[in-house]
Design a protein around this ligand. Structure first.
Ligand SMILES: Cc1cc2nc3c(=O)[nH]c(=O)nc-3n(C[C@H](O)[C@H](O)[C@H](O)COP(=O)(O)OP(=O)(O)OC[C@H]3O[C@@H](n4cnc5c(N)ncnc54)[C@H](O)[C@@H]3O)c2cc1C
Length: 287
């Protein structure tokens, strides 16, 4: 059982990780590749104390090196859901399961663009992971909408088990997709169905499908942990970075403005220190 599971390997998650490890806690950072951090997009950062005139990619590399030097463990993959289990949490990381006493959410700016029908049919024909839920669609027709290149793994897997697979990539360049997959262009307008998905509308064309897989950069935080209290589009926290779930903290852009590295790093540190206090309280209560 982990002491602290950190979701997101940007400045907030990495800052939380080093502070957790320094305090002797068993920590794993569940994140995606460094390029996926918003910081990677910054050409030049000149407002972070002690690192003048540095590029975003260099800065994230320095943060990662620091974390690795201190022995922070990483597990690459998208965390799809966090399940409260009483006095601990279980994380589903692309169908690998991890248990942790506490969780720090550091997933960056919430990108909550839903397709009409997505929320309603989630778990009823809509899924965020092809390799996890694909087997439910054996011999059926599915559609994958991919925001990121990792979607190709889901597409190729589904192609092996489904009767027909459509793929609508919304990123730039397709790399390795089976020629049996039908590639589409256009904008997904609505997921259709009654009790379960029966189709999808792309622009003004309707396609019959049994399942829709949305492979997104990040899972909406409200899906990540059901019942998480929000303030508009961002996670509601207090000055201790506590959310409404005991033992779940949040830090960085996911808690709101200002969207700045200093704030993300600061909140990550606060979240880790508060997590450590929480763990100590848990230990005392057990004795
Ligand atoms: C073009 C640009 C220029 C900028 N310039 C500056 C600047 O000059 N100064 C400044 O202070 N700030 C700047 N920023 C803002 C800064 O980059 C962010 O404030 C900072 O990166 C926030 O850190 P974070 O850790 O909260 O989120 P992020 O850095 O976005 O990291 C979040 C990480 O979590 C991962 N993640 C999300 N969901 C999941 C999931 N379900 N499972 C696993 N991993 C997940 C993401 O893939 C990402 O890697 C700039 C941003 C941009 C885009």
């Amino acid at each position: 059982m982990l002491d602290i599971a950190i979701i997101g390997a940007g400045p907030a998650g990495l800052s939380a990780a080093i502070n957790g490890v320094i305090r002797n806690k068993k920590v794993i950072v569940f994140g995606r590749e460094p390029k996926s951090s918003y910081l990677y997009k910054a050409e030049k950062v000149d407002n972070y104390l002690g690192m003048p005139n540095i590029s975003g990619p260099k800065m994230i590399e320095e943060f990662l090196n620091h974390a690795k030097k201190l022995g922070v463990e990483f597990h690459e993959g998208r965390t799809l859901e966090v399940f409260p289990m009483g006095n601990y949490y279980t994380l589903n990381v692309e169908n690998e399961f991890f248990e942790a006493k506490t969780v720090i959410i550091a997933t960056g700016i919430p990108k909550a663009n839903y397709i009409p029908g997505e929320k309603e049919f989630l778990g009823k024909g809509v899924s965020y992971c092809g390799t996890c839920d694909g087997p439910l669609y054996r011999g059926k027709t599915t559609m994958v909408i991919g925001e990121i290149e990792e979607a190709e793994e889901d597409v190729n897997f589904l192609q092996e088990i489904c009767d027909k697979v459509y793929f609508l990539p919304t990123y730039k360049e397709i790399k390795h997709v089976s020629p049996k997959v039908e590639i589409l262009k256009g904008k997904p307008k609505e997921i259709l169905g009654d009790n379960f998905v029966s189709g999808i509308r792309i622009d003004d064309k309707e396609l019959k499908v049994d399942g829709v897989f949305l492979i997104k950069e990040t899972v909406p935080v409200t899906q990540l942990i059901k019942g998480l209290e929000m303030e508009g589009k961002t996670i509601k926290v207090n000055r201790r970075q506590e959310t409404n779930f005991p033992g779940v903290f949040a830090a960085g852009d996911c808690t709101g403005r200002p969207f700045q590295v200093t704030k993300a790093v600061g909140e990550g540190a606060v979240a880790a220190l508060e997590t450590v206090s929480y763990l100590h309280k848990m230990d005392i209560e057990k004795k």
